[in-house]
Design a protein around this ligand. Sequence first.
Ligand SMILES: *[C@@H]1O[C@H](CO)[C@@H](O)[C@H](O)[C@H]1NC(C)=O
Ligand SMILES: *[C@@H]1O[C@H](CO)[C@@H](O)[C@H](O)[C@H]1NC(C)=O
Ligand SMILES: *[C@@H]1O[C@H](CO)[C@@H](O)[C@H](O)[C@H]1NC(C)=O
Ligand SMILES: *[C@@H]1O[C@H](CO)[C@@H](O)[C@H](O)[C@H]1NC(C)=O
Ligand SMILES: *[C@@H]1O[C@H](CO)[C@@H](O)[C@H](O)[C@H]1NC(C)=O
Ligand SMILES: *[C@@H]1O[C@H](CO)[C@@H](O)[C@H](O)[C@H]1NC(C)=O
Length: 556
Amino acid sequence: MKKCSISVISQHLLLLKILLLLGMALGDPRTQTVQIMCGNQREHNTTVYVPNFVSTMENISEQMRTSGFGVARTGSGPDTNYGLAQCYGDLSLLDCVLCYAEARTVLPQCFPYNGGRIYLDGCFMRSENYTFYEEFRGSDDRAVCGNTTRKSTAFEESARQVVQRAVESAPSNGGYARGGVSVSGTGNESAYVLADCWRTLDENSCRKCLENASVSMLGCLPWSEGRALYTGCFMRYSDRDFLNKEVGNGSSRGTIIVIVVSVISSLVVLVVGVAIGFYIWKHRYIQKKRRGSNDAEKWAKTLNDSSLNFKYSTIEKATGSFDIANKLGQGGFGTVYKGVLADGREIAVKRLFFNNRHRAADFYNEINIISSVEHKNLVRLLGCSCAGPESLLVYEYLPNRSLYCFIFDQERGKTLNWDKRYEIIVGTAEGLVHLHDNSKTRIIHRDIKASNILLDSRLRAKIADFGLARSFEEDKSHISTAIAGTLGYMAPEYLAHGQLTEKVDVYSFGVLILEIVTGRQNNRSKSAEYSDSIVTIVKLGSTFKQGLQRNYTTQI
Ligand SMILES: *[C@@H]1O[C@H](CO)[C@@H](O)[C@H](O)[C@H]1NC(C)=O
Ligand SMILES: *[C@@H]1O[C@H](CO)[C@@H](O)[C@H](O)[C@H]1NC(C)=O
Ligand SMILES: *[C@@H]1O[C@H](CO)[C@@H](O)[C@H](O)[C@H]1NC(C)=O
Ligand SMILES: *[C@@H]1O[C@H](CO)[C@@H](O)[C@H](O)[C@H]1NC(C)=O
Ligand SMILES: *[C@@H]1O[C@H](CO)[C@@H](O)[C@H](O)[C@H]1NC(C)=O
Ligand SMILES: *[C@@H]1O[C@H](CO)[C@@H](O)[C@H](O)[C@H]1NC(C)=O
């Protein structure tokens, strides 16, 4: 086993190296959400609405990869779904894919409302049940001011000037303008601006939108930051250079060549892997087809009869009717509560957000998988409740919560010395190896991150939350329909092409190791506006060493 995990780690470091090289080509995808606005009409029929929405997002995804913009329509009747997404003009296509991936993970929060828009700092996305492509003003239009620093009147003047220029030039320039001017008399201060109209607007509508947006945005002065979130356009000014460098200057040539080489070599590995995987899948799929298809119903029946089944009322009682005081956290598909059974056993209950048929398949899938896999580094599933009004999963309770509570906390972090940290890394690797290589089903976790690594009473790692897991042979094409996972931990090839292999977990695991070693969180909260991802920082080197030193000294 030990040998096994070490080979995983070294394979991993190789991958990480490739990805660090990849990282150099990336600018800043600016995936911070500025605001999400949801409509107020509920969808008409969930079984029709959800697949329409997913299919629209998937269709747009293809277009984003090639042009940084996409519109799509799916379905008919009141649950027809119209979508539009666009990256702002200074993002590279690679960054655009990252930004869109975040947008499409967050926008579904608007469900069950049938419309919504999300403004990120790098891209925009909107979905409705009618054609809205020519709208450019609306009642939700607003400016959002950043209020950290007050600027001088000289800055105000420069900002107005550069914003004005953008409003004038963008409409005839494909709806996009960027700019920066230095503020006179202040040495090295500058004002920067970005303006973008959605590409569905004509020149005239774009101009009207920007004129209106700029006026309300400039109301943010003298604050250092202002953004306008309008129906037809986005604008921002700032005292910092938030814009990505224009692509195409010679200095990055070398990097690009290295990247091409690494991409080709990893593609070769991937193609071979997919070919083998496809063969295995096809073989099993044919066998499976013979067995019939109503697996979910069978599962429901099996579970009802099995020892895994808990009564809804039992769990409701154990958690104090899901008292907020018992809430342990929020997972991918549900909220987790602590509970105590009548016999004194402590449990963790995951209460799933969705209880409709669409999600039921995921639910049975999760139970199916977890109950078949046991390992010292995997959280144990005790059972579930499927018959009640909600879908609930019952896990063993781990008193020390997750790694997240330790490594990013100055005080609690001290209890994890280097030996413990090493043990946690190896334990996580062993758990992952078991998931990937166990005899019954190959499982890709898809959401490895600090908050999904729980710690038992002796601080041993246990991987939790298999909600997103799918076994290899059940995934029909190795291209997932809806990209899932947590941004910042997701492998670039997964984000860009939806290609799902074990490497997706290996990448996330690599990010996790960096976090465990440095005590720095990969994508820190939105309050730190432009924090770099840890992968970028490691690449830069110096901050990494500082982080190490800081960690080392706090521990000694
Ligand atoms: C929703 O649409 C499906 C498919 O058209 C239909 O079978 C179902 O009865 C509808 N549900 C409701 C509540 O209208
Ligand atoms: C997206 O939708 C258009 C029609 O609306 C269709 O022609 C196109 O093939 C779709 N693309 C994908 C990738 O589904
Ligand atoms: C959009 O959905 C709402 C609520 O379900 C419905 O009343 C309305 O008619 C729909 N609009 C269109 C254009 O179908
Ligand atoms: C900054 O904005 C936040 C939220 O919008 C607000 O609570 C706070 O009072 C503001 N601070 C200043 C100095 O205006
Ligand atoms: C130039 O910028 C740096 C940091 O951005 C600042 O510390 C320095 O004081 C500035 N110099 C002048 C002359 O404003
Ligand atoms: C912005 O739009 C609103 C409503 O459409 C209008 O009343 C207002 O005059 C406009 N402002 C400017 C500066 O165009």
